[in-house]
Design a protein around this ligand. Structure first.
Ligand code: GH3
Ligand code: MG
Ligand code: MG
Length: 336
């Protein structure tokens, strides 16, 4: 395990380094408090530290305060202050500054070892708590079967992205993707195969979008994709890419190879009015319904001019149905 020694006195530093190396620690040294704080605040810095109280500029108490003030909540640093002070008021000051323990100099190796073990035990408990918290956080925001964002989480991401669009006027597009005739997969191959298909589709969807886009499981076999800074012809191309990738992927479940298709309803929010995301999701849903009715395995782009009350000046960027898309092709523009 890595440990930091901070001491401005080279002889004490060297002796402590030797002792700690004998205890099998990987020792990192700092000659002053400023350096010590910098090393400890580094994300892969040591989590255990022996800090001398008396150092020029930033002393041991200063290091404790700085580390406690700036450390993030996933990487606790266990700090032991080294001091020749024995007054109760000094010890209280050290603990209040954020030290976890203190050792008075000159320290006995056996006591030092025992106190370091206490530190390691606390760090290991803390690590397990952080892991448990992160796991709970993940479970609260992700779908258990596909590990995609769950419905609540993707809706909250949509809300955040819409707020960003409203400020920046950058368009955001929403895609509702629904697996075609999925019930038949369950009926013909069983529910477990259906589950495996949902997992495979989730993987393809994730790999078909950019790192800063988001994919969530909106319902049973329905997925909601959030594409930032995307609209018009770019959106049509992205939808077509996703649709075609799913349609051309052979999903292997045990000995069976299955191929499926999806239908997509897409809509763009251009950030011109503070309209609730639900309004756009409803439009994407309508477009999806239309894609199903038109024969499935296709995309329908909802007409963007119905964004709240405000007509978008960008709406002309959308290709019109007549010149850009053939209705028999997998993409069409919804008209009312
Ligand atoms: P359409 O093309 O109109 O969308 O037809 P569909 O069969 O895909 O749609 P429908 O709504 O009739 O059926 C969806 C099915 O998805 C019904 C439901 O049992 C199944 N389903 C929902 N969630 C899960 C799941 O987690 N696992 C499995 N295996 N099936 C699921
Ligand atoms: Mg379906
Ligand atoms: Mg459905």
């Amino acid at each position: 395990m890595k440990i930091l020694i901070a001491d401005d006195d080279p002889v004490s530093r060297f002796l402590m380094q030797r002792t700690l190396q004998k205890f099998d620690y990987e020792v990192v040294v700092a000659e002053d408090g400023g350096k010590a704080a910098e090393i400890l605040l580094n994300s892969d810095g040591p989590r255990l530290a022996l800090i001398d109280w008396m150092m020029p500029e930033l002393d041991g108490l200063g290091v404790c305060r700085k580390v406690r003030q700036h450390q993030d909540d996933t990487s606790y640093v266990y700090i032991i202050l080294l001091t020749s002070r024995q007054d109760s008021s000094d010890i209280v000051a050290g603990l209040e500054a954020g030290a976890d323990d203190y050792i008075t100099k000159p320290c006995q190796p056996a006591e030092l070892k025992a106190r370091l073990h206490t530190g390691q035990r606390i760090l290991s408990l803390e690590r397990r708590l952080v892991e448990a918290r992160e796991e709970m956080r993940f479970k609260a925001t992700h779908d258990a079967l596909t590990t995609l964002w769950n419905r609540a989480a993707i809706l909250s991401l949509v809300q955040g992205e819409f707020r960003r669009s409203l400020r920046s006027r950058n368009p955001t597009s929403l895609l509702l993707c629904d697996i075609d005739h999925f019930k038949r997969i369950n009926d013909n191959h069983g529910h477990l195969t259906g589950d495996a298909v949902l997992q495979a589709v989730a993987k393809v969807l994730i790999s078909s979008v950019r790192a800063y886009d988001a994919v969530g499981r909106y319902g049973g076999e329905e997925f909601l994709i959030l594409l930032s800074d995307c609209e018009g012809a770019g959106l049509a191309a992205r939808c077509e890419h996703i649709r075609a990738t799913i349609a051309s992927t052979l999903i292997q479940v045990g000995a069976e190879s299955l191929s499926i298709t999806i239908s997509i309803g897409a809509v763009t929010y251009e950030g011109f009015s503070d309209t609730a995301p639900e309004h756009f999701i409803a439009q994407a849903d309508e477009a999806l319904y239309r894609a199903k009715a038109e024969g499935r395995n296709r995309t329908v782009l909802a007409c963007p001019s119905s964004e709240g009350e405000v007509e978008s000046p960008h709406s002309t960027l959308w290709p019109s149905q007549s010149h850009a898309y053939d209705h028999s092709a997998p993409i069409s523009i919804q008209t009312s």
